[in-house]
Ligand binder design. Structure first.
Ligand code: ZN
Length: 321
């Protein structure tokens, strides 16, 4: 029995892969010089990409995005969502490259764009660029950890704006594999508060796996009430280094097996490709799915096919009516 063959056939029958989360504007930005940054912690990397962003021309960004997109087309991808940086460093160059990409490839693949709020949304400059990106993007992005100490305000701003604009929201949460993080809980509660049930998607939610079972299942119930969906990027955080904190035994990955059983919708994404965040990641969707199923010990082929296809359409708001 060739399980990969069976799986791939079923994915094809559903119209092909859906890559629900990526950052194509930074794909292939790894160089001999910046490779050493790959060992730095996440919050340092948020600043280490600044120089690359400042120096990137619209053409550079377009070439990177196109190269990655071509690779997803080869894999038989029907839809894809990529975040794009829109801030005072890159200004609107990634946005313009994205517009060109949609124009050139919009007939071959469904492409959704979300704004990556790498500088937060509360600082005056950050807010300016956040607002400037709103009309173009299909999905509004959030990154509460960037406005540390004011996470609730950050979520209020993102959710309120999305509600007014009638757009979905994708938020990076719980990335650090730490019991100190409770961002998925925060996001689920804020989703209910703003009446955005079924319109909000958590990206990652890794830290949930490091909490005790009673907390995890309590959060799953709140997520269900919020109809909060999740995108797991399996390779993105499987590299968390070991530490001396005691937690339930787990792999550093979204607890997909538990979430699916609890009725929470999960999709899959590749996240970063060949940059200082993930120097070895190449955007291979089968590899991502394989890591997910192994790290979560989850072998339900039909559910995995849903994760790789129709669930992706749902988190992107592309579900066929
Ligand atoms: Zn991401």
């Amino acid at each position: 029995m060739n399980l990969k063959k069976i799986f791939m056939k079923k994915v094809k029958q559903k119209g092909g892969w859906v890559n629900a989360h990526a950052h194509l504007d930074r794909a292939y930005t790894l160089t001999k010089k910046n490779f050493r940054y790959a060992y730095y912690p996440l919050k340092k990397k948020w600043y280490l990409v600044d120089e690359m962003k400042r120096l990137s021309t619209e053409e550079d960004i377009y070439i990177r995005m196109e190269k990655a997109l071509e690779y997803f087309l080869i894999q038989g991808t029907q839809a894809l969502c990529t975040f794009i940086d829109v801030d005072e460093l890159i200004e609107d160059r990634a946005l313009k490259a994205a517009q060109k990409l949609k124009k050139n490839y919009g007939r071959d693949i469904q492409i959704c764009f979300a704004n990556h709020v790498m500088k937060g949304v509360l600082d005056k400059n950050a807010k300016y660029w956040f607002e400037k990106s709103l009309e173009f993007v299909d999905i509004i992005g959030g990154l509460p950890a960037k406005d540390e100490g004011r996470e609730n305000e950050h979520l209020d701003m993102v959710l309120q704006t999305a509600k007014i604009k009638g757009k979905m929201v994708h938020v990076h949460v719980d990335q650090l594999n730490s019991r100190k993080e409770k961002e998925t809980e925060q996001l689920a509660k804020k989703t209910i508060e703003h009446g955005m049930q079924g319109r909000v998607v958590a990206i990652h939610s890794i830290s949930l796996a490091s909490h005790y079972q009673s907390y995890r299942f309590h959060i799953y119930r709140i997520m269900k009430k919020a109809n909060l969906m999740v995108i797991s990027c399996p390779i993105a955080w499987i590299d968390h280094v070991r530490n001396e904190y005691l937690t339930p035994t787990h792999n550093a990955i979204t607890p997909v097996d538990e979430m699916v059983s609890e009725g929470i919708l999960v999709a899959v994404g590749t996240d970063n490709i060949c940059d200082i965040y993930k120097p070895f990641s190449d955007g291979n969707l089968w590899m991502e799915l394989r890591v997910m199923l192994e790290a979560c010990h989850y072998y339900n082929i039909d559910h995995l096919v849903q994760i790789a296809t129709v669930n992706g359409l749902k988190v992107l708001g592309l579900e066929k009516k």
